[in-house]
Ligand binder design. Structure first.
Ligand SMILES: [Zn+2]
Ligand SMILES: [Zn+2]
Ligand SMILES: [Zn+2]
Length: 137
């Protein structure tokens, strides 16, 4: 143990997560041997040590809606919520030779669809979660 293993990430072996509350994005990288069945990306991310809960609303009253009548969540007198689930989707990659890869289309992407020359390598890299890739026990 100790140290951080650098594992090659094959196209499709990265997951893009979104907090269902604040929409914050996450990138989770899986070893090539990881098996991700459709619809089970979130438990797989959890098994590899990536966060599946975000505390963006925990104990924090939601901001008022645009008419300033109710908190955004609709509950009068909101004084915060439990942790909010993060859901992951497998990254879908379409290799597009010649496409310029940069922060605008890939680095800061928040969707799970990548059409780029990087083959998904840089997609959502701004949201890469450190401390993932803990092996299953
Ligand atoms: Zn959140
Ligand atoms: Zn609320
Ligand atoms: Zn790219």
């Amino acid at each position: 143990m100790g140290g951080t293993a650098l594992l090659a990430v094959e196209p499709g072996q990265a997951l893009i997560g979104r907090c269902t509350g604040c929409r914050k994005a996450y990138r989770a990288e899986l070893p090539g041997s990881a098996i991700v069945c459709a619809g089970y990306a979130t438990p797989v991310a959890r098994n590899y040590g990536y966060p599946t809960w975000h505390d963006c609303r925990a104990g924090i009253p939601c901001p008022l809606d645009k008419d300033a009548l109710l908190p955004a969540c609709g509950f009068t007198g909101c004084d915060g919520h439990d942790r909010t689930p993060i859901t992951y989707k497998p990254l879908k990659v379409t290799y597009k030779p010649g496409a310029a890869c940069g922060p605008g289309n890939c680095g800061g992407a928040v969707t799970a669809t990548c059409v780029c020359s990087c083959n998904g390598k840089n997609h959502g890299s701004a949201w890469l979660v450190s401390g993932g890739l803990r092996p299953l026990r």
